[in-house]
Design a protein around this ligand. Structure first.
Ligand code: SAM
Length: 246
């Protein structure tokens, strides 16, 4: 998968060199190209922002550098990328969207600063590309680089061969399948006793059916406690009789 990221803070994206994403890059599973938007400016100060039409506080990112940058990036590859525009006014970034984006061969991210990018840029590329305006949550950050780090990590771990054990993301919270609509329950490792705290007996039983039931019950309890909205909006058929007793 190829990822292009256009930013005025390339150094903000250095975490993409470490851990899972860094390893995926080193193995050639991810081709990440980070571009400095200011390289497509032509004035002495490398200006990327200007005052908003209609007045008001803050600055808006100028369309010209974005247009030149995106045209050059689009011309450098085959096919059409999906353009991902981080913005608090976008559709929520969910595991389902991460799965969908992980199936695209090429993504271009446009993290903004200030009050965002001149709207005409989104319209211009929306005419040619699949443009997704995406929010990582109901809060406002100073820039789109942290949302890009969040999205890239969520997408990269879904790519074939990136996680050591492909099954690990299948049991995750929000993953489609048997545990869909439920958050993952608690997890434990060795030692069996730590500071007087033991682990649930059933996990030592070796009884796969009982362990699966316990995991499901714990997932249900945690979801009910932390995210009752997930249970309310799920299809009632997703829950069995034992779930409903909890
Ligand atoms: N004036 C904008 C608004 O109220 O929607 C906020 C702009 S914010 C200060 C600057 C940039 O940070 C945004 O254009 C976007 O790239 C990024 N950003 C901030 N919060 C975000 C969020 N929750 N999800 C995705 N991107 C976000």
């Amino acid at each position: 998968m190829r990822l292009d990221i256009v930013t005025i803070f390339p150094e903000y994206l250095e975490p993409l060199n470490v851990s899972l994403v860094g390893k995926a890059r080193a193995r050639g599973q991810l081709d990440v190209r980070i571009h400095d938007l200011r390289e497509w400016t032509h004035d002495k100060h490398h200006t990327v922002d200007d005052t908003p039409y209609g007045g008001g506080p803050g600055m808006v990112m100028k369309p010209e550098p974005w247009g030149e940058a995106l045209d050059e990036i689009l011309a450098s590859g085959d096919g059409r990328p999906v353009m991902v525009v981080p913005t608090p006014s976008g559709a929520p970034f969910t595991q389902q969207l991460a799965v969908e984006l992980s199936e695209a061969p090429w993504l271009v991210f446009t993290p903004a600063r200030y009050e965002g990018i001149d709207r005409r840029v989104i319209e211009e590329y929306g005419d040619r590309l699949d443009v997704r305006e995406v929010s990582i949550g109901d809060y406002v950050l100073a820039g789109g680089e942290a949302p890009v780090l969040v999205m890239v990590e969520a997408i990269a771990r879904l790519l074939p061969g990136v996680l050591g054990n492909a099954a690990s993301h299948q049991d995750d919270s929000f993953a489609p399948g048997a545990m869909a609509d439920l958050l993952e329950g608690p997890v434990y490792t060795k030692p069996p006793e730590w500071r007087g705290r033991t682990i649930p007996e059933v996990l030592l039983s070796g009884h796969h059916g009982k362990i699966a039931r316990w995991r499901r019950d714990e997932a249900f309890r945690r979801t009910d406690r932390n995210r009752p909205d997930l249970i309310e909006r799920a299809d009632p058929a997703a829950f069995d009789k034992k779930d409903r007793e909890i």
